[in-house]
Design a protein around this ligand. Structure first.
Ligand SMILES: [Zn+2]
Ligand SMILES: [Zn+2]
Length: 224
């Protein structure tokens, strides 16, 4: 299973940085090392914001949070409520996958039960390290998927909703909703995006105009 990208948001001088997504189980020390290699002080990372709680994004949260015990966890409320109840359907997506992953990684039931410090709902404007980021609720790939958008620099972090190469996230797992995904794509298509920082695969700088709309149109026949 592929690891997800993790992004660090904020101006380093602010000492108020945010880690967006953690990554797959077992990748925690690699992520921490990569952050340190980039010259970022761990103490300046104040929170971890999840684009959604699939295993490839939240899997190594516990490992990361051992190194950043002060960091808060921010998640969209619909998936936050599940985490707090120890309901892991949104983490694994499907039963077969849960069994496979629990075997593969030695994960016990309840491994992802945790408190969420801030439950996002979409529509918030967050000041993250002297940068303003808008939270957009974009369900469809998962029920609590969020996008983060920095309007001044036209940067979009869409989680697993849209990738490079006209690809979109899968829409067959627990909490997914093809019609909702179409709506979310149309919502993102309204934004001016220059830099696309997706959950996997290539990062795109200089995203062609109309890229997300074109992607949504290509997938439309499958999203109803
Ligand atoms: Zn996902
Ligand atoms: Zn993913």
């Amino acid at each position: 299973m592929p690891d997800s990208h993790a992004y660090v948001l904020g101006k380093p001088a602010s000492q108020n940085l945010s880690l967006v997504d953690a990554g797959l189980t077992g990748k925690g020390s690699y992520k921490i090392q990569a952050i340190q290699k980039a010259g970022i002080e761990l103490l300046s990372i104040k929170r971890v914001i999840m684009t959604h709680t699939h295993l490839d994004h939240i899997g190594c949260f516990a490992e990361v949070s051992e190194q950043l015990p002060w960091a808060e966890l921010w998640v969209h409320r619909s998936e936050a409520d599940l985490l707090e109840k120890g309901d892991e359907r949104a983490v694994y997506g499907m039963d077969m996958f849960r069994e496979f992953c629990q075997g593969q990684f030695g994960l016990k039931p309840g491994a992802f039960k945790c408190q969420v410090n801030r439950k996002l709902q979409g529509g918030e404007t967050l000041d993250l390290g002297d940068m303003t980021w808008e939270v957009i609720h974009i369900p469809g790939h998962s029920m609590g998927s969020i996008g983060l958008y920095h309007r001044p620099m036209k940067i979009l972090i869409p989680g697993d909703v849209v990738y490079s190469d006209y690809a979109i996230g899968r829409f067959d797992l627990y909490g997914a909703d093809p019609a909702g995904l179409k709506e979310s794509l149309m919502r993102l298509a309204e934004l001016e995006v220059d830099i696309l920082l997706p959950g996997h695969n290539q990062i795109v700088k200089g995203l062609p105009k109309g890229y997300i709309l074109k992607t949504a149109k290509q997938w439309e026949p499958y999203l109803s």
